[in-house]
Write a protein that binds this ligand. Structure first.
Ligand code: MEV
Length: 439
């Protein structure tokens, strides 16, 4: 594909058909490529319209598998989890861990706090102490000033819950922040928060302009934006049991030996950044898949999760093990700013189905469900790693991908799957076996 080395002006103004044609002309086989892209457009024009409206410059769709993981017992309620992910072993791992823990009392979860953060970043040339002393007055002015934006949220018992002034002038001369805390109820609330913050900035200007002893030109607004570091929007989830109840967790290991090796692996993720990153990726496998299925913003959760994992100044494991006497607990606490109303949740038909599948939860219930998906995947990964290794399971799941790549027929798939039932799967081995079959 050859991309023209000139600037394309006004690309967004072309129709989607024109855009598709322009793009396909760059391919070696334009007509074939166009047909292929078009084959992924939704046959129902209304649905395609929704999908195209969600984003920009849409020329096709990129389908991912929509999967379900049963047997998630969370706070004594059983859930079937929708998971959108391309990595097959993630769903298998989630399902297997969910069933394992459902037979041992299930997940226990609670929301630690549900306050989202936003910041106003500005420079202030006036007297910093005078500004700090005026904070109570500034606060009440801002709360009054942003009322038109917060009124509806307040009617649902949400809105602005705190305003703090941070003097960061030691880091950047004249730099201050207004740290604003929000309760957005069941909404993810990104637009609400950003609108409030922009209003707060105008409100600051007005206050400085109309208050004696202060001057508006001393204030230089820089940015008004939510923070994805939601360290005050935390969910806690755990599984625990008597160590003897772990006897069946892995072949050939009794519960104590399993727990010892498992705890060691989690400790390694706590002290070593290379392992911590992969360990936490295993958690995010489950969290992201659930979040994507429910129309929430997985990049926001990813960003916040990793910042939280580094809150001590050293990037570490998000989960931890507690072993005491004869008891094993596996615990995950992490930021999880989610919503069940607004955004994509009510627009994308499959996001709506996902929320219905989960029993139409509120935001706090969804936080706990997403955390359960994370802890389940983390448990399954560490269990495999410290016992059988992950490749046996992964490669078995990967077999169907290899067969797809090698364009195996249904008959070849059946025969090859049976052949590899008790053998090591590798791309080379599958290719060789298929070649033999095809002789
Ligand atoms: C693979 O997607 C995730 C794992 O690497 C996680 C881990 O190593 O803990 C298996």
């Amino acid at each position: 594909m050859k991309v023209p080395q000139t600037i394309i002006k006004g690309f967004s103004k072309y129709t989607s058909t024109e855009k598709l044609e322009m793009v396909c002309k760059l391919f070696a086989a334009p007509d074939k490529t166009k047909n292929s892209f078009e084959s992924f457009l939704h046959p129902d024009g209304n649905i395609q319209h929704i999908l195209s409206q969600i984003s920009e410059n849409t020329i096709s769709n990129y389908p991912l598998p929509y999967n379900v993981a049963p047997n998630f017992l969370i706070n004594d309620k059983m859930y079937m989890l929708p998971m959108v992910i391309e990595e097959s072993s993630v769903v298998a791992a989630a399902s297997s861990a969910a069933r394992f823990w459902a037979e041992r009392g299930g997940f226990k979860a609670h929301v630690v706090s549900n306050i989202k953060n936003g910041q106003l970043h500005f420079l202030y040339k006036g007297d910093p102490d005078k500004l700090k002393n005026a904070l109570p007055e500034i606060k009440s002015h801002l709360l009054y000033y942003v009322k038109p934006v917060t009124r509806n949220m307040e009617a649902r018992s949400g809105g602005i819950v705190s305003i703090k002034l941070n003097d960061r002038s030691a880091d950047i001369p004249g730099y201050f922040q207004l740290d604003v805390g929000f309760n957005t109820r069941d909404a993810m609330g990104a637009n609400f928060i950003n609108s409030c913050l922009e209003e707060c900035s105008s409100g600051m200007q007005q206050w400085l302009n109309t208050t004696e002893g202060f001057s508006e030109p001393d204030y230089e607004p820089l940015m008004a934006i939510l923070s994805n570091y939601n360290d005050n929007c935390l969910v806690n989830i755990s599984v625990s049991c008597n160590i003897n109840a772990l006897d069946g967790a892995a072949k050939g290991l009794d519960g104590h030996e399993f727990a010892r090796r498992f705890a060691l692996a989690v400790k390694i993720a706590d002290i070593d950044v290379h392992r911590a990153t992969t360990h936490n990726k295993g958690i995010m496998n489950g969290v992201d898949a659930l979040i994507l299925a429910t129309g929430n913003d997985f990049r926001a959760i990813e960003a916040g999760a990793h910042a939280w994992a580094a809150r001590s100044g050293k990037y570490s494991s998000l989960s931890r093990v507690e072993l005491s006497d004869n008891h094993f607990s596996f615990i995950l606490e992490m930021p999880m700013a989610l919503g069940t109303v607004g955004g994509l949740t009510g627009i994308h038909p499959l996001a709506t189905h996902s929320l219905e599948m989960l029993g139409k939860p509120g935001a706090e219930e969804l936080m706990m469900i997403a955390a359960a998906a994370g802890l389940a995947n983390n448990f399954a990964a560490v269990r495999s790693l410290t016992t059988t290794g992950i490749q046996a399971g992964h490669m078995k799941m990967h077999l169907s991908n290899i067969l797809l790549q090698l364009k195996a027929t249904p008959d070849e798939i059946e025969k090859t799957t049976a052949y590899f039932k008790d053998k090591k799967v590798s791309h080379q081995a599958v290719a060789t076996h298929l070649a033999e079959l095809r002789k």
